[in-house]
Design a protein around this ligand. Structure first.
Ligand code: PHE
Length: 346
């Protein structure tokens, strides 16, 4: 029996390393450990072993079983590794950089915002910020927007629940919290904090109850500009806008101011731009935003003397400018984070 066991172990030891396929391995294993296998036969023979030899024999059989199983495990591991390598194709070097994923880059809206900021910074504007959750007073009342103005309508403006308590956003009285519908709120917060003269831009996210389509989003970005000094005139406003469009859209770009109305500016204008440098969009008037001379009532609400101070303000959509510059025809691309879109701006 002892010799038989040794012969079985030897057979497994010498045969196993030459087995390459799982089916061959299973077939070989059956000849040793299957119901009619050699090792199984030896184990069955235990019942004929005299009682006093049983413990010693049992031990030998266990030993042989352990050795045989170790060879099985080794063989199976080798076969599985080969199978996996066949599935994966050529060997992989996990230390190599991935071929498909390039380095990250700035979102096109961030790139556009920075370009706009850079243009204004060159002529002395600084960036001012304010909260995205605002109150009706900062968004409307202080900006000379009457109680019954349609922009205040729940159709246009997103109101916070009446009992919302937002501790880090200061209120004027007991007015309601809203999500700001324009960044003109930052004019008010800045003027309340600082003395004139002032020259700021305020880029940021704004919210409106708009239904999303190719040119509308309930959540988009604006850049507001505010200049306050003595004797500021429409000529100054026109000059800064001329400068800005030349910086963004290149030489030969022009600005047109069309009479309009905003509660916080008087007079007010729609701001249009025309440039020879835009391919298909060249040489046609394109609307960029609104602007005007700061209404004296706005100065009064922040405690500036309208007899002494004058100023201009303008507001533009950042998405709008990015779409014009890059020829993008659907605003929704900016928010979908599809790499095929984003990679074009890397
Ligand atoms: N706040 C206006 C808007 O969101 C834009 C604007 C800003 C107009 C400043 C005039 C002056 O539509």
């Amino acid at each position: 029996m002892k010799e038989e066991l040794a012969a079985i172990v030897l057979e497994v030891e010498s045969t196993a390393p030459g087995i390459a396929r799982r089916a061959d391995f299973e077939a070989f294993k059956a000849t040793i450990s299957g119901p009619n296998g050699k090792l199984t036969a030896v184990m069955k023979g235990m019942k004929n072993v005299p009682k006093e030899d049983k413990p010693a024999m049992g031990q030998l059989i266990n030993q042989a079983k352990q050795q045989v199983e170790a060879y099985y495990a080794e063989t199976l591991e080798r076969i599985e590794a080969t199978e996996l390598a066949a599935k994966l194709g050529p060997a992989i070097d996990p230390t190599l950089p991935s071929p498909d994923i390039g380095p990250g880059s700035l979102h096109p809206l961030t790139q556009t915002r920075r370009r706009m900021e850079e243009a204004f910074r060159k002529v002395g504007f600084t960036v001012a910020e304010g909260p995205e959750v605002e109150t009706e007073w900062f968004c409307f009342d202080a900006l000379n927007t009457p109680e019954d103005h349609p922009a205040r309508d729940a159709q246009d403006t997103l109101f916070m629940p009446a009992d919302a308590a937002i501790e880090n956003v200061s209120k004027r009285g007991d007015e309601r919290y809203i999500l700001r519908s324009h960044t003109s709120t930052v004019q008010i917060r800045t003027m309340l904090k600082e003395k004139p003269p002032l020259r700021i831009i305020s880029p940021g996210r704004v919210f409106r109850r708009d239904t999303t389509d190719a040119t509308h989003s309930a959540n988009f970005h604006q850049m507001e500009g505010l200049y306050v000094d003595k004797n500021v005139t429409i000529v100054d406003l026109k000059a800064i806008l001329d400068y800005f469009v030349a910086e963004i859209f290149g030489k030969g770009s022009e600005v047109r101011l069309r009479p309009s109305f905003f509660p916080f500016t008087e007079p007010s204008f729609e701001l249009d731009m025309k440039t020879p440098n835009l391919g298909k969009l060249s040489n046609q008037w394109i609307e960029l935003g609104g602007c005007g001379m700061v209404d004296p009532n706005v100065f009064k609400s922040v405690g500036y003397d309208p007899q002494e101070w004058s100023g201009y303000a303008f507001g533009m959509g950042i998405e709008r400018i990015a779409m014009i510059v890059h020829g993008i025809d659907d605003i929704r691309y900016f928010y979908q984070n599809d790499l095929r879109f984003l990679q074009q701006f890397a």
